[in-house]
Ligand binder design. Structure first.
Ligand SMILES: [Zn+2]
Length: 100
């Protein structure tokens, strides 16, 4: 392995994760989206040089280990309306009732 140390190099995965995270916390807040729609949305927000196949692969990785984003095995996609899809979303925090 003769590659230089990738200290500040971001992979496709880093960019896709960042876009997905910002979408789910911003524009699509409180919604759950399927992988297909997330790939489409991410592609719109990423540089044209990213291949759909690469984004799709990263999306599969995000679905299998979502990290701070939640993965819901069975949900209805907020964009395409498909039911019983595995969706990703950021749960909206429940408003805790004020104690007397
Ligand atoms: Zn969808």
């Amino acid at each position: 392995m003769r590659y230089p140390a990738p200290a500040t190099v971001y992979s496709v995965g880093d960019f896709v994760r960042r876009v997905v995270d910002s979408l789910l916390r911003g524009h699509c807040r409180g919604q759950f989206l399927c992988a297909r729609c997330l790939v489409k949305l991410a592609k719109d927000h990423l540089d044209k040089s990213y291949a759909t196949a690469d984004i799709t692969q990263v999306m599969e990785e995000i679905f299998s280990s979502p990290g701070p984003i939640s993965s819901v095995p069975m949900s209805t996609c907020a964009v395409c309306g498909r039911k019983k899809m595995q969706c990703l979303g950021v749960p909206v925090p429940m408003t805790t009732p004020a104690k007397p």
